[in-house]
Design a protein around this ligand. Structure first.
Ligand code: SF4
Length: 368
């Protein structure tokens, strides 16, 4: 059986596609060079912006045509899918399933299942030396513009043992840069049985059979694995970027000194409407602390322009912060209203032309 995967959206989706490919190949499937030569087409979609959903709608006639040419072709939709879109796409695909449900999906398509249980975090990265490793899925933050808590659900952190095992395998396979992924990666927290604990007993809770491993501790455990490799991570939420995490980055020689810290807006009123959980003052203080402690650190960010009600003055506040912080890179998006989110109820009142103008101004800023 040959498969082809269309992937849209963020790094998490790309990583999920790599895992889908890895699991399929373990079951004897091979990649097809193009969708027209596949027996199985997987569409890994993104719902973050309407334009991403429109791309799936645009793909449907092509899939329909492929099905007329190959009656055995099966099509599957996965990724970030809103409940409303699931209904819309139900008749267009043979199967629709959640990104997390890879094993069940493989059972559904009746490909030979190996006897050994598969790890959810296996990867089949196309890169020679860099690999993305999801350590958690979902998000509990409910930023008012974001569909992730609705499409991927609440945060689930993968077990520490699995992550460490997978990191060791990736090092053995020769990967030199392991990027830990999570929608809110720095809120990672998991219990770890003490019997497995060989690293440092200072993490231990008294009289307990388990220890709690938060993100800085997980980084320490990965950093302590012998080998010639580096560790990166994203996406971090500013409100969860603790002093402990900063100290761990400083102390750990394998952690890359690159931090992606989404700001989204430089105006407190807009940040509140976005439900981001921090103020500009908190954010700037954090940047100052990071720069003071982590020498040579590079900081990048995300900005959304044209959020409902964003005035010219509020946009100028964002521009001012971007100039002040001098980010290494800025990933800018024009606000797009998503059904099901809290912001969907707000009036999407910044004209498209104005959003584009603001988007260009931020993009120009990042070239200075
Ligand atoms: S932190 Fe906010 S923007 Fe990021 S995934 Fe969670 S809800 Fe979405």
């Amino acid at each position: 059986m040959k498969y082809f995967i269309f992937t849209y959206g963020c790094q998490m989706n790309k990583s999920d596609s790599e895992q889908i490919a890895a699991l399929l190949e373990k079951r004897g499937c091979r990649p097809a060079p193009e969708a027209a030569r596949a027996d199985l087409v997987v569409v890994n979609m993104c719902s973050v912006r309407q334009s991403a959903v429109d791309r799936i709608l645009g793909l449907i006639p092509q899939l329909k045509k492929l099905k007329t040419q190959n009656s055995k072709l099966k099509t599957i939709l996965t990724g970030c899918i809103l409940a409303k879109d699931k209904e819309k796409f139900a008749e267009k695909f043979d199967f629709i399933f959640n990104a997390e449900d890879l094993t069940n999906w493989l059972k559904k398509i009746k490909v030979k299942i190996p006897t050994k249980t598969e790890s959810k975090i296996q990867s089949n990265s196309q890169h020679n030396s860099q690999v993305y490793l999801p350590i958690m899925t979902g998000c509990n933050n409910f930023c008012s513009y974001c569909v992730v808590p609705y499409t991927r659900g609440r945060e689930i952190c993968f077990p520490v043992e699995k992550i460490l095992r997978e990191v060791k395998n990736l090092i053995k396979e020769g990967y030199k840069e392991i990027i830990l992924l999570g929608q809110n990666v720095n809120s990672y927290i998991s219990k770890f049985p003490i019997r497995n604990f060989q690293f440092s007993n200072k993490f231990q809770n008294s009289n307990s059979k388990t220890i709690t491993i938060n993100f800085p501790k997980l980084l320490k455990m990965i950093n302590d694995i012998p080998g010639d490799f580096q560790i990166g991570f994203f996406t971090s939420h500013p409100k969860d970027f603790s002093d402990e995490l900063i100290e761990m980055i400083v102390k750990s020689e394998k952690i890359k000194k690159e931090i992606h810290l989404p700001l989204q807006s430089g105006d407190n009123e807009i940040l509140k409407k976005m439900n981001r959980g921090y103020t500009i003052e908190n954010y700037l203080k954090l940047i100052e602390k990071i720069r003071k402690k982590i020498s040579g650190v590079e900081i990048s960010t995300d900005i959304i322009v044209g959020f409902p009600g964003e005035t010219e003055k509020q946009f100028q506040n964002t521009l001012k912060i971007c100039k002040k912080v001098k980010f290494k890179n800025i990933y800018t998006a024009q606000y797009s209203s998503r059904p099901g989110t809290f912001a969907f109820k707000m009036k999407n009142d910044v004209p498209q032309k104005e959003k584009k103008k603001r988007w260009e101004k931020i993009n120009k800023q990042k070239q200075i």
